[in-house]
Design a protein around this ligand. Structure first.
Ligand SMILES: NC(=O)c1ccc[n+]([C@@H]2O[C@H](COP(=O)([O-])OP(=O)(O)OC[C@H]3O[C@@H](n4cnc5c(N)ncnc54)[C@H](OP(=O)(O)O)[C@@H]3O)[C@@H](O)[C@H]2O)c1
Length: 289
């Protein structure tokens, strides 16, 4: 029996906690900021439900073998406050967040060698506490390692695509390419279909190409064709889909500006790479935060 604690039961955390609870070889508990009764996720395979133990105070927490963190990147320091109550010297932490700085965000609070970064691709939206719509398939990628293999094993009985990669860096930067373009939706308050406007598609392509240039300087293996592929896929995808930074702006929540576009500007500066379009997105989004 593996005890898994999930910190941050929002769109991603709630979905993953509900799926993990479908496997009776796990016990799943949830560290929440806001209490709620039960989880219900409308998935492409039908509605799934779970009633994990939910706690909002660290005195109620128990040591877990795995702690999965699925808060927004800007809530990482607050999420780390749970570690003292949830972790012993064998616990691993998996970081299910966007961006490319999963380890950097948590190494001030936890031993680096027991932090597992997770690239998660899972279009999901929260409609209320514990109520989530999972719009598409879930893919997760982790680095090839002993901890990576253990993490993949947590999902062995579930219909989720979870794999190890010998080149996690490239997987994470490829996802950031997509996320970087999502800033345009947050600025304009228009869902993904806005990519069908030619000028907007050109702007998104420029944003992504800046991301690719910085990714390559950081050691990822991506070329400019990735920008065209992302734009083509967005054009073919659902026009009404709302990415998570757009959803945050609509809900009046803070946005992951630094984790999604700011990081491209910061690391670009480090490598002497100019990133004017990402800078523009950062300035516009910071101005409306
Ligand atoms: N949504 C997507 O489609 C998607 C897809 C791929 C990756 N991601 C990434 O996944 C990460 C999570 O995104 P999300 O969309 O799931 O965010 P979300 O829906 O806003 O959920 C975040 C959750 O974290 C909780 N939280 C915040 N601080 C906490 C704390 N100190 N202790 C416990 N819980 C805390 C929030 O509590 P409250 O309930 O009080 O707000 C909320 O339930 C982000 O990095 C995002 O970019 C999202």
């Amino acid at each position: 029996m593996t005890h898994i604690a999930l910190v941050g039961p929002g769109a991603i955390g709630g979905t993953i906690a509900t799926w993990l609870s479908q496997d009776s070889s796990h016990t799943v508990s949830v560290a929440a900021r806001t209490a709620f009764d039960g989880l219900e996720v409308a998935t492409p395979q039908g509605v799934i439900r779970a009633s994990p133990r939910v706690f909002t105070r660290s005195e109620e927490a128990q040591i877990a073998q795995w702690v999965l963190v699925a808060t927004k990147a800007y809530d990482s320091a607050a999420a780390a406050k749970w570690f003292g109550a949830l972790c012993d010297d064998r616990t691993h932490i998996a970081v299910l967040q966007n961006g490319v700085e999963h380890i950097e965000r948590f190494e001030p609070y936890f031993p680096r060698e027991r932090i597992l970064p997770v690239m998660i691709d899972c279009p999901a939206e929260r409609s209320g506490p514990g109520r989530i719509r999972q719009r598409g398939a879930i893919h997760m990628v982790v680095p090839e390692s002993a901890a990576g293999a253990d993490f993949v094993d947590l999902f062995r009985n579930l219909p989720l695509d979870v794999s190890q990669s010998p080149d996690f860096r490239t997987a994470a930067w490829r996802k950031l390419c997509l996320n970087s373009a999502g800033a345009v939706s947050a600025v304009t308050l228009k869902p993904a279909g806005i990519v069908r406007h030619q000028g907007v598609a050109a702007l998104m392509r420029d944003i992504i190409r800046e991301c690719i240039a910085v990714a390559c300087a950081e050691g990822a293996r991506l070329d400019d064709s990735v920008a065209d592929t992302i734009i083509d896929n967005m054009r073919k995808g659902p026009a009404d889909s709302i990415n998570s930074i757009h959803a945050d702006r609509l809900a009046g929540r803070p946005m992951e500006v630094d984790a999604r576009n700011g990081v491209i500007v910061r690391l670009g500066r480090k490598h002497g790479i100019s990133t004017p379009m990402n800078s523009l997105m950062v300035s516009l989004l910071e101005s409306v935060q």
